[in-house]
Design a protein around this ligand. Structure first.
Ligand code: C2E
Ligand code: MG
Ligand code: MG
Length: 715
């Protein structure tokens, strides 16, 4: 600060030993005397220059290095006031001492306020008085400059956005700026001299504990000169209001390196902290439902596991998957889908305890952490509750939507020790639950894991199977039970797996359906079957009615009808020779839209058979409305007709129902003569089964057809 003051007083680059006292006075004896007195009085400190006129004086001032001016007031009378006052304008920072006489004292006093710093009567201006007056004058100027500088510094510190506070080496406040006043609630006058910790109450934002003397660090010997505290510091204002702050403490040293105090600066980061809080909230939550996302869920699960480990407790992870959500989303639109997910989220949260966590980890996948359970039965209870709660209709945009869910459960510590392990196992159990139908839950079992791995490997291979030509068709004949003649062939897909050998459709069709592979596979089957029928016709075997199985995914697909039409045209097969087999459960899944597709197929002239009849809980109302041509009794009924009188009754009833609905009735899975006899006796139209022929490759099927095979004659 001292250096700055000097600069202000000097306004020159000259060093102090070159500074001079400027005497401006006309040639006279008095002036000569004063010059001599001045010289001896300031000897060693300044040199004295005597200039006879104002213009020379001004020029000398401009050159710099003048510490003070001694100016004869008489010059004002002889040269004019304007000329005289311009001396002051040339160097306002240089103090001026006027020399006056009795008649000019009044003027001198007036000028004192505007131009000059002091005056002396010329006849009293001896060496002692000159020296003393000049010294006082210069000291006054210096003090004024310091004050000015202080004011400027203070104004600067007030205008920055940072609160600034200074202490002496004992930690007592020596300064604080306006923002520091505002943030601490202490006015400068009150705060000065008080211990900093009294004025600046800082607590830890998380624990609420007072932060130990923050000035301590940098003011201790061997500590870094500066320390920053940014984490969670909260300033408690005098009235109790709290601000999140970030602060900086710097030690101040004297020339010898001793600490003479510290400067602390800080600013309000409440807003920034709130923003970053919001950002981290967004990063950890699902935007649609507001539930914790997978990342946060994993954190909570890991925490819950370590807590459970410490207290010897159990916990459960439940995967909740919505059935057919994609269908709802596709058919009713994303906005309905979104609202449905929100509704599900709300119900899930409401059905668990506050200490449990519900998270959405994928499109229609939710996961629930039951943080404290006593027995596995507790988790089963929750799973059943979740299924029940989600199964009741969701009213979205005045529409009532039903959804089915599957729940997979894994428990700690039985099924896994880590969050990842528990998640994988709950997921595995969920897959298993899915395979067992809607609204079911499954607990993880070890063998599931093997099956899932197996399944995943099959799924991987399935993606390449079509491209590698690994599929083929086998054909199984159907017989007219009265005439004993073949009425047609059913195409049944086989997968010639390079390592596993021939894979049956039951093993891969459900997987292909789930991973979206069934559409291209189904198209291939239809084309291949029709091509085969065409080839048989071309080889002179006549029209062979061909039955092709159609999965739910295909039947519901948008381009299904156009695909069928294209295949018929491409192969030249007459539509009446193509029979599409759709299982009863597929038809019932979405009976209304199924009806529309079936009618369109009928309009094309294609035959329709309801496959696996008896297993899909058809309502009679629908059966009457479905424009189907045949019912194929599921083999499980046929299997026991000769042993179980109950089944016998059911089969005969089903045959009667088929007849009354004007359907051809086909008995599937006929393996014995007795079964055949029963069906024939009950007027079943057709039969199919190992008793007649197993499904066989195309070449063998051709032989059966060519030989005009009749029941009892097949191999
Ligand atoms: P499905 O359409 O009901 O076919 C009858 C199944 O029963 C066939 O099994 C057949 O080999 C078997 N079977 C026939 N006679 C007997 C018998 O006397 N005893 C016993 N125990 N079984 C008999 P496969 O070929 O394994 O097919 C199983 C199911 O896979 C089929 O049931 C059908 O739903 C589906 N499927 C087969 N091929 C295709 C296809 O190309 N596309 C679609 N979407 N599904 C297919
Ligand atoms: Mg079939
Ligand atoms: Mg069947």
């Amino acid at each position: 600060m001292a250096a700055t003051v000097r600069e202000i007083t000097k306004h020159t680059n000259a060093r102090s030993d070159e500074e001079c006292i400027l005497l401006v006075d006309a040639e006279s004896d008095d002036a000569a005397r004063i010059f001599v007195e001045l010289r001896s009085a300031t000897e060693g400190q300044f040199h004295v220059e005597w200039l006879r006129g104002l213009s020379e004086g001004r020029a000398r001032l401009q050159a710099g290095g003048v510490a003070a001016i001694v100016l004869d007031l008489k010059l004002r009378e002889s040269l004019g006031a304007e000329m005289f006052d311009s001396i002051f304008q040339t160097a306002p920072a240089v103090p001026i001492l006027m020399l006056c006489e009795a008649d000019t004292e009044e003027l001198a006093r007036r000028l004192l306020r505007s131009i000059a710093d002091d005056y002396l009567f010329k006849n009293q201006a001896d060496g002692y008085r000159l020296k003393r007056t000049l010294r006082l004058m210069m000291e006054r100027r210096k003090a004024e400059a310091v004050l000015l500088e202080l004011e400027a510094t203070s104004a600067t510190l007030d205008s920055i956005g940072e609160a600034v506070l200074r202490t002496d080496p004992h930690g007592n406040i020596t300064y604080l700026n306006r923002i520091a006043e505002r943030m601490t609630g202490w006015e400068r006058a009150e705060a000065l001299g008080r211990p900093v910790m009294e004025v600046l109450r800082i607590i830890d934002g998380v624990t609420g504990a007072a932060v130990a003397n923050i000035m301590e660090h940098p003011t201790q010997p061997n500590r870094p000169a500066m320390a920053t505290h940014s984490l969670n510091c909260v300033l408690v204002r005098r009235d109790g209001l709290e601000f999140g702050i970030e602060n900086n403490v710097t030690a101040i040293h004297d020339q010898n390196g001793a600490v003479i105090g510290a400067v602390l600066s800080f600013h309000d980061v409440s807003l920034a902290r709130a923003t970053s809080h919001e950002m981290s909230y967004l990063a950890q939550h699902d935007f649609l439902t507001g539930l914790p996302n997978r990342m946060l869920f994993n954190d909570r699960l890991a925490q819950a596991i370590s807590l459970a480990a410490r207290h010897d407790k159990r916990l459960a992870v439940m995967f909740v998957d919505l059935d057919h959500f994609k269908k709802i989303n596709d058919s009713l639109g994303h906005s309905v889908g979104d609202k449905l997910l929100q509704s599900v989220a709300g119900r899930l949260v409401a059905s668990v305890r506050r200490t449990d966590t519900v998270s959405r980890i994928g499109g229609d996948e939710f996961v629930v952490l039951l943080s404290q359970i006593e027995h596995g039965e507790d988790a089963a209870f929750s799973a059943r509750k979740i299924i029940r709660v989600l199964a009741s209709p969701h009213i979205i945009d005045n529409k009532s939507l039903d959804i089915n869910v599957c729940v997979g459960v894994s428990t700690y510590p039985t099924d896994g020790q880590t969050a990842e392990d528990l998640m994988v196992k709950a997921d595995t159990a969920m897959y298993e639950a899915k395979e067992h139908g809607r609204n079911t839950y499954r607990f993880f079992r070890d063998d599931m894991h093997v099956r899932l791995t197996e399944r995943l490997s099959l799924e991987g291979d399935l993606r390449y199977a079509l491209g590698r030509n690994e599929f083929l068709l086998h054909f199984q004949p159907k017989f007219n039970l009265a005439t004993r003649q073949i009425t047609g062939m059913e195409a049944l897909i086989r997968w010639q797996h390079p390592q596993r050998g021939l894979v049956a459709p039951a093993e891969f069709v459900p997987i292909a359906e789930e991973c979206g592979m069934m559409l291209p596979i189904g198209r291939w089957v239809l084309l291949e079957a029709c091509r085969q029928a065409r080839a048989w016709r071309d080889s002179g075997l006549g029209d062979v009615p061909m039955a092709v199985n159609v999965s739910g995914a295909e039947f519901g697909a948008k381009d299904f009808l156009s695909g069928v039409r294209a295949v018929l045209i491409a192969t030249g097969v007459d539509p009446s020779n193509l029979e599409l087999e759709v299982t009863e459960s597929v038809l019932m899944q979405d009976a209304e839209s199924t009806l529309i597709t079936m009618r369109a197929l009928k309009a094309m002239g294609v035959q329709i058979a309801i496959d696996d009849f008896g297993t899909g809980y058809s309502s009679f109302t629908y059966l009457r409305r479905f424009p189907s041509d045949a019912l194929k009794l599921h083999q499980s009924f046929v299997h026991d007709i000769t042993e179980d009188p109950g089944d016998a009754t059911i089969v005969s009833a089903m045959i009667n129902i088929g007849k009354s609905l004007k359907q051809r009735v086909v008995g599937e899975g006929v393996e014995t003569q007795a079964q055949l006899d029963f069906l024939r006796h009950h007027d079943c139209d057709e039969g199919q089964g190992y008793f007649f022929s197993r499904p066989v490759p195309a070449e063998q099927a051709r032989q059966l057809l060519g030989a005009g095979t009749r029941i009892g004659m097949a191999g």
